[in-house]
Design a protein around this ligand. Structure first.
Ligand code: NAP
Length: 480
């Protein structure tokens, strides 16, 4: 069993009171190791370190900051296998998916390194001979980052990458269930020579950590990925010191299959948009709307696709669906399916959980296809976070769009059509921040990712994401 430490001011440290939290493998309940339970004083030290190192990091030439990020990215790739094994052991996803995630995390660091040198300002024509208008972009300051368990590597680099590129320093609080991946990633940042205090990592009770984050006025930016419920809470708390806040929150993606869709593309899209990570994704399709003339065919193809899935230990190379993260997740998925079936849905495949790992682990849910779903079912409104596919027919484009937009969430929507006209018209009508058009995996480092409505505020990825770590300064120059 590993006994890990936090990373504060360039040092690996225990918590002030030596208390720890245990991390378990969600597949078999094995104790993976312990991490420190940070006290308020520990978190304050981390904020202090980030604040003290801010000026020197911000003043470093962008090319040098980029160099550190590139080196870190290279080390992450070099240790891809080892990080992926840690990720699978604490999170449960298949190892191949974990490796893909780690590669994506490295890519995000590399992309932000390349973008660090393109933080351009502007010179705006003035209306007087004796004036000049100069606009520059500067780092926003010390950042507090809070990340979820479902993508323990990539959620971190999508925050630290742009923060460091912009010239900010950061304190990271990873999810309680998956801190080991974060620790491995930060070990490599240390090895890359990133100066002390620039990245700090604290583990433990989220309320203790976030209370310091939210109340300390030196933290000028909060970047959070997680549930809409906690996102709203943090937004309220950010008001006190008027921090900038970026929120990547829950989703309830509709996936629309039009009459002219290419069914091969649809199934590839469904596999990526629903079956990865056992459906535990903010971008997961949660409602499948299929044109009535393709409904039968879609259901049959879906059964074939789902039949190929194999549940089990993510370390087994044949496994495509790992365990759900915990008992609460398992019960939620079960409740959604039960509610749907009680209200008349037909579970034509799956429909039940499998649990044989004691209280702390082994919570599997069979990939489940639900037909005849109706709008009054919970699953049509709440994020399921499991491998359940509720399917409903539609008759017109207008109906499909209306149903897709009937949600408080607005993160990702998918549509499958071979008609250019329909593709553009429908994409424009969907009230979502990210559209997968004949594409089940739209998230990538260089594109702006984020939600409308209650799915969030701000964007991650691309130069749009980097902008959230920058302040604009306008310098009005009076000349003789
Ligand atoms: P969560 O419960 O909101 O937790 C996310 C993070 O917030 C964790 O680090 C958690 O720490 C921390 N946290 C919990 N309570 C807190 C509090 N009162 N104050 C401050 N921080 C607190 O979400 P989750 O279950 O881990 O993640 C799943 C959710 O994330 C889903 O809704 C999913 O859609 C969303 N998500 C969104 C995106 C996106 O890009 N939009 C990406 C991935 C996931 P502890 O773990 O220590 O409790």
């Amino acid at each position: 069993m590993r006994s890990e430490k936090m990373y504060i001011d360039g040092q690996w440290v225990d918590s002030e009171n030596d208390e720890t939290t245990t991390v378990y493998n969600p597949y078999n309940g094995e104790k993976i190791g312990t991490v420190p339970s940070a006290t308020e004083a520990d978190v304050k030290r981390a904020v202090q370190a980030a604040a003290e190192s801010f000026e020197s990091w911000a003043e470093l030439p962008a090319t040098e900051r980029a160099g550190f990020l590139k080196k870190w990215s290279g080390l992450v790739l070099k240790h891809q296998e080892e990080i992926a094994e840690t990720l699978t052991s604490e999170q449960g996803k298949p190892l191949a998916e974990a490796k893909g995630e780690v590669a994506g995390a490295a890519k995000s660091l590399e992309w932000n390194a390349e973008e660090a040198v393109r933080i351009y300002g502007e010179v705006i024509p003035a209306s007087s001979k004796n004036k000049r208008i100069i606009v520059i972009k500067q780092p926003i300051g010390v950042v507090g980052a809070i990340t979820p368990w479902n993508f323990p590597a990539s959620m971190i680099t999508r925050k630290i990458g742009p923060a460091l590129a912009a010239g900010c320093t950061i304190i990271l609080k990873p999810a309680g269930q998956t801190p080991m991946t974060a620790i491995k990633m930060v070990e490599l940042a240390h090895e890359a020579g990133i100066p002390k205090g620039v990245i700090n990592l604290v583990t433990g009770e989220s309320k203790i950590i976030s209370q310091v984050f939210m109340s300390d006025e030196r933290i000028r930016k909060i970047t959070f990925t997680g549930s809409t419920e906690i996102g709203k809470l943090l937004m309220e708390q950010a008001a006190e010191t008027l921090k900038s806040i970026s929120l990547e929150l829950g989703g309830h993606a509709p996936l629309l299959v039009f009459e002219d869709a290419d069914m091969g593309k649809v199934m590839a899209g469904v596999k990526s948009a629903k079956l990865r990570n056992a459906g535990q994704m903010c971008v997961a399709g949660n409602r499948f709307f299929v044109h009535k003339n393709r409904y039968e065919e879609f259901s049959e193809e879906l059964k074939k696709l789902v039949k190929e899935e194999k549940m089990g230990n993510g370390m087994d190379p044949d496994v495509t669906i790992g365990p759900l993260i915990d008992k609460d997740a398992y019960e939620k998925v079960g409740e959604h399916v039960k509610d749907a079936v009680d209200k008349g849905a037909k579970a034509v495949m799956g429909g039940k959980g499998q649990h044989d790992g004691g209280d702390d682990a082994g919570y599997f849910y069979e990939p489940t296809i639900l037909l005849d779903v109706t709008d009054d079912m919970i699953i049509m409104h709440e994020e399921t976070f499991g491998p359940v596919l509720p399917v409903q027919p539609f008759t017109s484009d207008e109906e499909a769009v209306r149903k897709a937009n009937e949600s408080n969430y607005g993160l990702t929507a998918y549509l499958f059509t071979e008609s250019l006209n329909r593709a553009i018209r429908v994409s424009e009508k969907l009230e979502y921040g990210v559209i997968g058009l004949n594409d089940g995996g739209p998230a990538t480092s260089q594109a702006p990712f984020g939600g409308w409505k209650e799915s969030g505020i701000g964007r991650e990825g691309g130069h749009h994401g980097l902008d959230h770590f920058l302040e604009i300064k306008y310098i009005s120059v009076g000349l003789d």
